[in-house]
Design a protein around this ligand. Structure first.
Ligand code: ZN
Length: 297
């Protein structure tokens, strides 16, 4: 079982000091993928960094600007191009003169365009690219950008040295597992990125949605175990003769809100593609997808 953390006390649009260096303002965009809403983090005092400015909601931009009144925004750090994370980055940069950091979505070799999910924010391109990592410094704070592909190909986590803390975006969330939508999302990359973070021994993880994870090691272990269990379930479905994802999801996700079943199907596909890549599962489809038939090798 994943030791989920979901309790949080907050008021929408109000900055809350959540650690010595960290303030958080939550946007009023709750939902089945965003939990209570997007948590925008403000780090430092006087000259600050802002992480994941959030969705295109004017009142959230106003709330961030109110929280930093009299201060300077030096850096805006974006974890990835999803509509609940990056759209306010440019407007906030325009209003504050801050430099934006993130990793642009790459077009895969041979493809004409980037194939993204519906929640993708194509509009945001960072001023400074940190796809290969990098350091971002201000008075009293030092960040290291850590590439963590999986949820999206361009996902970046940001480590705050002064608190041995990590802003984990949607890579690791306390309230839920993360959604992996192929082809931009990749399960094999995701496993690697979980191990990358696990090996770093952070004291606290601050996801963009929900409360912090204060015991990262057992949490990440449980996260990985959960994924391996899903793989085992898929192999079992194939053993029982179900060869299509649409027939597996209602059984595997019987306990989950049906509104989330389309996302669950994407997650099963992400697992399936990983199983195909690792040689455990085969398909005759040259472009394996949601509608393909799969079989055990
Ligand atoms: Zn996301």
């Amino acid at each position: 079982m994943i030791p989920y953390v979901r309790d949080m006390e907050f008021e929408y649009g109000t900055a809350q000091q959540v650690s010595p260096l960290i303030r958080r303002v939550i946007a009023n965009n709750p939902g089945p993928f965003t939990f209570r809403g997007t948590g925008t983090y403000i780090i430092g005092r006087g000259e600050v960094a802002v992480i994941d400015p959030g969705p295109d909601l004017p009142e959230h931009l106003d709330a961030i600007l109110a929280a930093i009144a009299g201060e300077t925004v030096k850096a805006i750090l974006v974890t990835h191009n999803h509509a609940d994370h990056s759209p306010l980055a440019r407007p906030l940069a325009d209003r504050t003169g801050a430099v934006t950091y993130g990793c642009p979505i790459a077009v895969p070799p041979g493809a004409a365009e980037v194939k993204m999910d519906d929640d993708h924010d194509e509009g945001f391109v960072a001023d400074i690219t940190v796809c290969a990592g990098g350091k971002i410094e201000g008075p009293g704070w030092t960040f290291e950008a850590i590439p963590t592909p999986g949820h999206t190909s361009n996902h970046i986590c940001y480590a705050l040295a002064q608190e041995n803390a990590l802003f984990s975006g949607d890579h690791i969330m306390g309230w839920s597992t993360t959604v992996i939508v192929p082809p931009d999302g990749d399960m094999g990359d995701y496993y690697e990125s979980l191990r990358t973070i696990s090996n770093r021994g952070f004291s606290t993880l601050w996801p963009t949605h929900g409360p912090p994870i204060t015991e990262p090691a057992p949490f990440i272990d449980a996260y990985l175990a959960h994924r391996l269990d899903r793989e085992r379930q898929i192999l079992e479905q194939l053993t029982q003769g179900r060869e299509r994802i649409a027939d597996m999801v209602p059984i595997m996700y019987a306990a989950v809100d049906a509104r989330l079943h389309p996302a669950a199907a994407q997650s099963v596909l992400a697992h399936m593609l990983h199983l195909v890549k690792s040689g455990q599962v085969a398909t005759d489809d040259s472009a394996p997808g949601l509608k393909s038939a799969y079989r055990l090798v």
